[in-house]
Design a protein around this ligand. Structure first.
Ligand SMILES: [Zn+2]
Length: 299
């Protein structure tokens, strides 16, 4: 009897070790390539007449904390921070908001929430001439989807980002709020304003896109959204733990790995390009300290 229990225990351990490795440690390697050509993004950024943005302002609205292995597979059980940002591209005569953070009610589980920062994001959404998001998850789309004047806000959310309501759960867009919305989609890449280019990058979600910004002074930025939560994801070409991507996000891991490899390559080839991952407080601190991003939205 005793030896039977022991055999069962041994079998469970033998099964648990590879399961642990597979779900929490192993990242996988990219197969194939993702087309990320800076020359193409630069050409598109200069394809529209008019002045490019002068400043990129940023609000940090809230923060989540996850075990590091959930963020970068195999990086241990200490907790890592995932601050949530909203960006305001400031032109001479208008503004564009990129990513809208989320309202406090939707931000369940956040370790920190700044209501005043979200108030400034909400106010900026009303003034923006265009609103774009890197993808359709609640921490990027939420400020837009829950906005009291949603039906009056500027366009910019893509058809792909609205196609699957389960991706934005628990956010619910009120019935009729988008009745007057015109369809918006594009193939591969498109300029939406002078110096602002969207590049389709489905994988983390079907509506994921990278956002390239070239400022008036020539400084270049690549906003990665949640293709890469932290800089380590693309630097090490390591995905989130499979437990997270398979069971919580329903992500196309292969596509994300290809994108991470392409981002790593472009970051190495273009050291002056400011690459900003979706939720990396260290990368943001560096940009703020260098004066490349400006704290707080314009009043
Ligand atoms: Zn996110």
């Amino acid at each position: 009897m005793k030896s039977k229990k022991l055999r069962v225990a041994v079998v469970l351990v033998v099964l648990a070790v590879p399961a642990y490795w597979w779900l929490l440690v192993e990242s996988g390697s990219p197969q194939g390539t993702f087309a990320l050509k800076l020359t193409e993004l630069r050409t598109l950024a200069n394809s529209l007449p008019g002045e490019k943005p002068e400043l990129i302002r940023v609000e940090e609205v809230l923060e989540f904390e996850f075990p590091n292995t959930a963020i970068v597979a195999g990086s241990g059980w200490s907790f890592g921070k995932l601050p949530v940002f909203s960006y305001q591209l400031v032109f001479a005569d208008r503004t564009i908001v990129v990513d809208t953070a989320m309202d406090e009610a939707t931000a369940r589980g956040a370790s920190r929430y700044d209501g005043e920062a979200f108030g400034r994001v909400s106010a900026a959404l009303e003034k923006a001439s265009l609103i774009v998001v890197t993808h359709e998850h609640g921490d990027h789309l939420g400020g837009w989807a829950t906005h009291p004047k949603l039906s009056q806000l500027a366009p910019g959310i893509t058809d792909e980002q609205l196609a699957d309501p389960s991706k934005r759960a628990p956010l619910i867009i009120p019935e009729g709020a988008l009745a007057n919305r015109k369809p918006f989609t594009y193939e591969h890449a498109t300029a939406v304003a002078p110096g602002v280019v969207l590049l389709r990058a489905p994988g983390h979600t079907p509506g994921s896109q990278l956002i390239y910004v070239q400022r008036k002074d020539g400084e270049e930025f690549l906003l990665l959204g949640d293709v890469s939560w932290h800089q380590a994801n693309y630097e090490q070409v390591r995905e989130r733990a499979r437990l997270v991507t398979q069971f919580f996000l329903g992500e196309d891991r292969e596509a994300v790995l290809r994108q991470l490899a392409a981002i790593k390559a472009v970051a190495a080839a273009e050291p002056k390009l400011h690459v900003m991952p979706g939720h990396d407080g260290v990368a943001m601190k560096r940009l703020l300290e260098a004066g490349l991003m400006t704290p707080r939205f314009a009043p």
